[in-house]
Design a protein. Structure first.
Lengths: 299, 269, 280
C-alpha cells in the first residue's frame, strides 16, 4: 500500500514543484524586503561588509531581472534577446558537460570493476580516490588551460573544450567509482555463494548478479556525477577562458554590473537551468530500470 | 564512503592496517616517481606537466606568499563551513519538526544540489563589494549547507521504532525524547554531513576566487601564475590547495570518528 | 510512585483487566479492514504470570501494545490496576521488554538500565545503586561499563530485562523477549526470569511463539486464534508453587501434560483446516 502511494506521489510531482516555486517566491520576497528596508551601503563589522548593499546596482529588483531576459542582448540592431543568447550558451555547455559526464562514468565504472575484482587494487586505489575529492584538484583548471591547441593526441589537435570536458569528468568519476564499487559489493554472501555453488565464473557472476545488484547504488551516483559535471564545466569554462559557454558568459556579463545590473543574473539562471536539465536527463535514465531499484539508497 | 581506516578489534586491526595504509602510500609514492621520471626522460614541456621537483622548489621559494594564501583561503572556507553548517542544522531541525517546512525546502535543496553554486560568485562580488571576502564566505556557506541539511534531516528520521516505543512507555517529555534519543541518533549523521561539506567549502572558496574579488587566496594566485606561464608556480599553489583540503578533511573525519565511536554504524557514503 | 491528582493504584484490583476489546486496523481500499482483535476479555491477577500464545496475526502483540498504551482499542475498555492504560503509563506502573533489546547504542549497560530512572528524576546515587542491584540480578555486574555492541544477543536481552525491572513495577509486559535467542540461552533466561519474578512479585503478561516457553513460565497460558484475533482457550498450568521453577521441571510429567494441552488448544483453534497454524 505504501509503495503504491509513493509511486503515486512520484508520478504527481506537481505539488512538490509547486511548493519549490513557493519557496522561490519566498526568497524573492525576502530579497525585495531587505532591499526596501536595508541600509543602502549594507552593514559592515570591522570593515568587512556582512550584509549586502541595497542599491539598484548591487541588488536589482527581481522583476527587473526577469524583464531584462526578454530584452535584446545589446543595443546593436539584430541582437538576439538576452534569454536566447543565454539558452545558446547553456546548450553549448550542456554538450561539454554530457561529454565530461560520459568520460567520468566510463572511467569510474572501470575503476569500480577493477577494485571489485582485485582486492589489492581496492586497498591501494580507493583511499587515493577518496583523497582525490578532498583535494581541490579543480584548482588545476587554469593550468590545464595551457594545453589548448598546443598538444596533439594521435593527430588530433587538443581543443580547448576537451580540457573543459576532462576537468568535468574528473569531478564526475568519483561518485561513480565509489557508488559502483559499493553496488558491485552489495550482493549478500548468500547470493555469491549460490553463484559459487552453480560453478559460475567471476565474469558471469558480474553480469548476472553484481551488475543488477549495483543498480540502486549506481543510479544515485550517476545523478551526483551529472551535478558534478555541470559544476566542473562551468568552473572550467571560467578558468580556461573557453568562449561560447555559460560559464564564460557569467564572467563576461559580470563586467556589466554597473551599467546593466540585471544582465549578470541571466547567465546565472542559465547555469541553474543547465544543472536542473542535466539532473533530469540522467534521472530519466533510471526509469526503465525500475525493477532493479526496489531497494534504492540515497547517494 | 566511510573512511578507509580499519574496523574490527584487536589483532585483526594490526594485521589488516598495515596493507591498508601501506598500499595507497606505496601507490602514491610510485606515481610520484613515475611522474618525475616521465617528465625528465620524456622531456614533457612544463606547460603540460612540471616535474614534482620543480613544483617542490617553487613551494619552497614561494612559501611566504603561499602560506599567506593558505591562511586566507582556509579562513574563507572555515567561515563558510561554520555558517553553512549552522544554517543547515537549523533548517533541518525545522524541516524535521514541521512537514510543511520540509515540503517547501526539499525541492529547493534538491535544486541547489545540482546547480553550480560558484556561479553566484560574480553577482555576490557586486553585492558585497569586490574588495571584501564576504562573497567567498557566502559561496562556501551555500555549498556546505546542502550536505549538512540533507544528512542532518536524514539523521533526525533514524530513530528506531523500538526506541520510540520505549520512551513513550516511560512517558518521556518531548524535551527528554529529543535529548536522550533524537540528538544522539542524529549526531553521527550531522558529522558525516560536515565531512562532506568541508571538502565542498574548500573547493568553493578556491573556485570563487577564479570569478574575481581580492587577489589574496590560493585560487587568485593560481590564475595569476598560470596567466604568466609560470606553470611550476601554479602547481605549487595547487599543492597549497591540497594542503587546505587535506586539513579540513582530516579534522572533520577525526570529529566524525569521535562522535561515531559508540553509535550504530548506519551512515555511510 | 503515585502522583497527586491521579486515581491511586488499587492494590486489590487486577493487574490487567481487558473487557470486550476490539482493534481494527486501517480500511485500505484494496485490502479492507483487518480485525486484529475481536471482543477479547482477559483478566490478569496481581502477581500472576500469563502468557499469550498463538499463530502469527492472532493479535497477541497488539493486545500487549494496547495494555501498554502504545496503541488504542477500537472498542472495549482496558484497565491497569484500576486505571486507564494512559494513566498507568504516566504513573510508570509497568515495565516493558521487546523482542529487540532496544538498548541505546551510545549508552553503557549501566546507563541503559538507569535510563527510565533518569527520565523520571531519580537521584544519581539511587540510580546507580539500583542499576548495580539489577545488573547483579541478571548476572551482568561485571559488564556495567560495556557498550551494548560488545555484548551477545542474550546478554543484551538480560540488560533489557534489568531495565524493565528498574522501577520495581508491579506489572511487566514482555513481547517475545527471547524470540531472537538460541534455545540454550533461552532456557537459561527463562529460569532467570521466573526467579526475578518470584522475588519482585510482579504480574507478567508474556507474548511468545513457543509452547514449552509459555508452559514453563506461566500460571495460565492464553491460546489465541487468528483472523479475527480471539481467545481460543485459557489453559491453567500452575506447575509447582511460585518460585519452584527450575530446569528439572522440564522433565516433569505435569509439564508435558500442559504442553500437550496447549498444543491441542492451538490445533483445536481451526479444526477444519490446519493450514496457517504455526506451532512447535
Amino acid at each position: 500500500m505504501t509503495a503504491t502511494m509513493i509511486r503515486w506521489s512520484r508520478a504527481l510531482r506537481l505539488p512538490d514543484a509547486a511548493l519549490g516555486l513557493l519557496g522561490l517566491l519566498g526568497l524573492a520576497l525576502l530579497w525585495e524586503l531587505y532591499k526596501a528596508l536595508g541600509p543602502a551601503d549594507g552593514w559592515s563589522i570591522g570593515g568587512t561588509r556582512v550584509l549586502p548593499r541595497t542599491t539598484d546596482l548591487a541588488m536589482p529588483h527581481t522583476w527587473d531581472v526577469l524583464i531584462r531576459l526578454g530584452e535584446p542582448l545589446t543595443a546593436a540592431p539584430g541582437a538576439p534577446p538576452l534569454w536566447v543568447a543565454v539558452a545558446q550558451a547553456s546548450l553549448f555547455s550542456l554538450g561539454i558537460a554530457l561529454a565530461g559526464w560520459a568520460i567520468g562514468v566510463v572511467v569510474g565504472f572501470a575503476l569500480a570493476v577493477l577494485m571489485a575484482r582485485v582486492r589489492v587494487a581496492e586497498n591501494a586505489v580507493l583511499p587515493l580516490v577518496v583523497l582525490s575529492q578532498t583535494v581541490p584538484l579543480i584548482a588545476l583548471a587554469p593550468v590545464v588551460r595551457s594545453w589548448g591547441s598546443r598538444i596533439q593526441v594521435a593527430g588530433v589537435t587538443w581543443e580547448a573544450w576537451m580540457s573543459v570536458a576532462v576537468i568535468a569528468s574528473y569531478l564526475a568519476f568519483f561518485p561513480v567509482a565509489v557508488g559502483a564499487l559499493r553496488g558491485l559489493q552489495s550482493p549478500e554472501t548468500l547470493h555469491t555463494e549460490l553463484m559459487r555453488a552453480y560453478g559460475t565464473g567471476w565474469w558471469t557472476t558480474l553480469v548476472r548478479l553484481r551488475l543488477p545488484a549495483s543498480v540502486p547504488y549506481v543510479l544515485p551516483a550517476l545523478r551526483l556525477a551529472a551535478a558534478n559535471a555541470v559544476v566542473g564545466t562551468v568552473v572550467a569554462e571560467v578558468s580556461t577562458g573557453l568562449p561560447g559557454g555559460v560559464g564564460r558568459m557569467i564572467l563576461e556579463f559580470a563586467n556589466f554590473a554597473s551599467s546593466d545590473p540585471a544582465r549578470p543574473w541571466a547567465p546565472l539562471m542559465g547555469a541553474v537551468a543547465l544543472g536542473l536539465l542535466v539532473a533530469g536527463l540522467v534521472g530519466a535514465l533510471g526509469l526503465p530500470l525500475a525493477r532493479y531499484r526496489r531497494t534504492e539508497v540515497p547517494a | 564512503m566511510s573512511a578507509p581506516t580499519a574496523g574490527g578489534r584487536g589483532t585483526t586491526v594490526a594485521r589488516e592496517a598495515l596493507p591498508r595504509v601501506a598500499a595507497p602510500v606505496l601507490l602514491a609514492g610510485g606515481l610520484l616517481v613515475v611522474w618525475e621520471v616521465a617528465v625528465v626522460t620524456a622531456q614533457i614541456p612544463p606547460f603540460l606537466l612540471p616535474s614534482p621537483r620543480a613544483i617542490a622548489g617553487e613551494v619552497q621559494a614561494m612559501w611566504p606568499t603561499l602560506s599567506g594564501a593558505i591562511v586566507v583561503t582556509g579562513t574563507n572556507a572555515l567561515v563558510g563551513l561554520v555558517i553553512g553548517a549552522l544554517v543547515g542544522v537549523g533548517a533541518a531541525i525545522l524541516a524535521g519538526m514541521a512537514r510543511s517546512v520540509d515540503r517547501v525546502l526539499a525541492p529547493m535543496v534538491a535544486g541547489l544540489a545540482v546547480v553550480p553554486i560558484v556561479a553566484l560568485a560574480p553577482v555576490l562580488y557586486t553585492m558585497f563589494g569586490a574588495a571584501a571576502e564576504t562573497a567567498r564566505w557566502v559561496v562556501a556557506a551555500v555549498a556546505a549547507f546542502v550536505p549538512v541539511f540533507v544528512t542532518t534531516l536524514r539523521g533526525l528520521r533514524q530513530t528506531r521504532p523500538v526506541h520510540r516505543d520505549l520512551l513513550r512507555v516511560y512517558a518521556a517529555t518531548r524535551r527528554q525524547v529529543t535529548r536522550t534519543l533524537t540528538i544522539p541518533t542524529a549526531l553521527p549523521f550531522v558529522f558525516t554531513g560536515l565531512r562532506l561539506a568541508s571538502s565542498l567549502a574548500v573547493i568553493s572558496a578556491i573556485v570563487a576566487e577564479y570569478f574575481g574579488g581580492p587577489r589574496t587566496g590560493i585560487g587568485s594566485f593560481i590564475t595569476t601564475a598560470a596567466a604568466g606561464s609560470n606553470y611550476a608556480r601554479a602547481w605549487a599553489f595547487v599543492v597549497g590547495g591540497v594542503v587546505v583540503g587535506l586539513v579540513f578533511y582530516g579534522v572533520t573525519l577525526a570529529l566524525e570518528h569521535l562522535v561515531r565511536r559508540r553509535t550504530a554504524p548506519v551512515v555511510s557514503r | 510512585m503515585t502522583t497527586p491528582g491521579e486515581p491511586p493504584t488499587d492494590q486489590r484490583a487486577a493487574a490487567v483487566e481487558v473487557r470486550s476489546v476490539s482493534r481494527v486496523f486501517g480500511s485500505g481500499r484494496q485490502a479492507g479492514p483487518v480485525v486484529a482483535l475481536d471482543e477479547v476479555d482477559l483478566t490478569v491477577a496481581a502477581g500472576e504470570f500469563v502468557s499469550l500464545i498463538g499463530p502469527s496475526g492472532c493479535g497477541k502483540s497488539t493486545l500487549l501494545r494496547l495494555v501498554a498504551d502504545l496503541d488504542t482499542p477500537t472498542a472495549g475498555s482496558i484497565t491497569v490496576f484500576g486505571r486507564s492504560p494512559e494513566q498507568a503509563r504516566l504513573a510508570h506502573d509497568y515495565g516493558i521488554a521487546f523482542q529487540q533489546a532496544g538498548l541505546l547504542p551510545w549508552r553503557t549497560v549501566r546507563a541503559n538500565v538507569e535510563l527510565p530512572l533518569g527520565l523520571h528524576g531519580t537521584g544519581r546515587a539511587e540510580r546507580r545503586a539500583r542499576a548495580e542491584h539489577l545488573l547483579e540480578l541478571v548476572g551482568l555486574a561485571d559488564f556495567a561499563d560495556h557498550f551494548p555492541d560488545q555484548l551477545s544477543g542474550g546478554m543484551q536481552q538480560r540488560v533489557a530485562i534489568a531495565r524493565a525491572f528498574a522501577e520495581e513495577p508491579s506489572l511487566l509486559l514482555m513481547d517475545e523477549p527471547f524470540g531472537a535467542l538460541d534455545e540454550m540461552t533461552r532456557e537459561r533466561l527463562q529460569v532467570e526470569l521466573t526467579r526475578i519474578c518470584a522475588q519482585t512479585r510482579a504480574a507478567v503478561v508474556f507474548v511468545t511463539h513457543s509452547i514449552p516457553e509459555a508452559v514453563f513460565l506461566s500460571d495460565r497460558v492464553v491460546v489465541m486464534s487468528a483472523r479475527p484475533g480471539r481467545i481460543q482457550q485459557v489453559v491453567d498450568v500452575r506447575l509447582g508453587a511460585g518460585a519452584a521453577r527450575e530446569d528439572t521441571l522440564r522433565q516433569d510429567g505435569a509439564y508435558f501434560d500442559a504442553v500437550t494441552e496447549v498444543r491441542a488448544a492451538l490445533h483445536g483453534g481451526e479444526p477444519a483446516r490446519v493450514v496457517g497454524v504455526e506451532n512447535r
